[in-house]
Design a protein around this ligand. Structure first.
Ligand SMILES: [Zn+2]
Length: 320
């Protein structure tokens, strides 16, 4: 039921048991370093809490699919993406919303992806809410380590601590995701990651990504059409083959970001895009890159390729 999260068997068994008895906690604290699977677990747990199937999360019912697409009206992410800390106003808005009954399901799930960045006053406001939550509300707090939250908040949460994966499990998954990487590189990434799959994937990605791809992520996640235009204008003098190699990398990254929106894949750059762009916007970006690849195959000039792609990517952002 929580297969998409690898390893962590004890944690998954505990959650499955409490969900099958229909007795979830009102507040979970998902703790583990970056790349340990917190986001994946939060997505699966949110799906499980609103699932309409017999074995939550079934991943196939209407509610589960909406959660995976990031469009379930009763699964609400509470964040301030443009700020270092999450201010108290954000929690006050959450408070007001929490007293409105769910739209569709029997529960309302609030996901706080950066709980450790809540200011102290925001944490105290949250504390009031999780001390006496509405019966249908569940809070999922994500943090690098539990100690980064006030002890009073910690004490109200059921702790779900993400564990490193066994080497064999992690290596076979990394080999599946990165078939082009040699086994030595996979083992090195596993060791450097401390055993966390997402962190290992991020290391492999960082080694493999072209600087232009990092700039693309920067421009798309900042919804910055000028940066897109500048980036693509700087590529106009590349050969068609160079552009194709780059666009292929972009296509793969956008496809991974779409998967990351379903909580099914991690990796720093893909996850960053998934966080900032909606599913439809990512799909439009992916279609734009595919169109550019088709045009490259049809021998379009490099100036035209870059200009058309810059325009289509900008459109993809603005439509969202
Ligand atoms: Zn379901």
């Amino acid at each position: 039921m929580f297969e998409q999260l690898l390893g962590n068997d004890a944690l998954k068994a505990r959650l499955t048991a409490s969900l099958s008895q229909n007795r979830p906690s009102h507040c979970y604290l998902l703790a583990g370093p970056t790349g340990s699977g917190k986001t994946t677990l939060a997505r699966l747990l949110a799906a499980a809490l609103v699932c309409e199937g017999a074995h939550p999360p079934c991943m196939t019912c209407r509610a589960c699919r909406k959660v995976l697409d990031g469009i379930h009206p009763d699964v609400i992410t509470v964040d301030s993406p443009d700020r270092k800390s999450v201010p108290v106003e954000r929690v006050r808005a959450l408070q007001a919303d929490a007293y409105i009954r769910p739209n569709e399901g029997r529960r309302k799930v609030y996901v706080l992806p950066r709980a450790q960045d809540l200011t102290e006053s925001a944490q105290n406001a949250l504390l009031k809410l999780i001390e006496e939550p509405p019966a249908y509300a569940v809070f999922l707090l994500l943090a690098d380590s539990p100690e980064k939250l006030l002890p009073t908040v910690q004490s109200r949460c059921q702790l779900l601590r993400l564990c490193p994966l066994p080497q064999a499990t992690a290596l076979s998954e990394l080999a599946r995701r990165y078939p082009q990487s040699d086994p030595g590189a996979l083992r090195a990434a596993y060791r450097r990651s401390g055993g966390y799959l997402g962190a290992a994937a991020a290391l492999l990605e960082a080694d493999a990504l072209a600087p232009e791809t990092c700039k693309l992520v920067e421009a798309l996640s900042g919804a910055n059409p000028m940066a897109l235009v500048t980036l693509l204008a700087s590529l106009e003098r590349r050969t068609r083959e160079e552009l194709k190699a780059l666009f292929l990398q972009w296509r793969e990254l956008l496809a991974r970001a779409l998967m990351a929106r379903s909580g099914l894949e991690e990796g720093a750059e893909a996850a960053r895009l998934a966080q900032r762009l909606s599913g439809p916007a990512l799909a439009r970006c992916l279609a734009a890159v595919e169109q550019a690849l088709d045009a490259a195959d049809a021998n379009a000039g490099t100036g035209h390729l870059c200009g058309a792609l810059a325009a289509r990517l900008s459109d993809a952002l603005w439509q969202s």
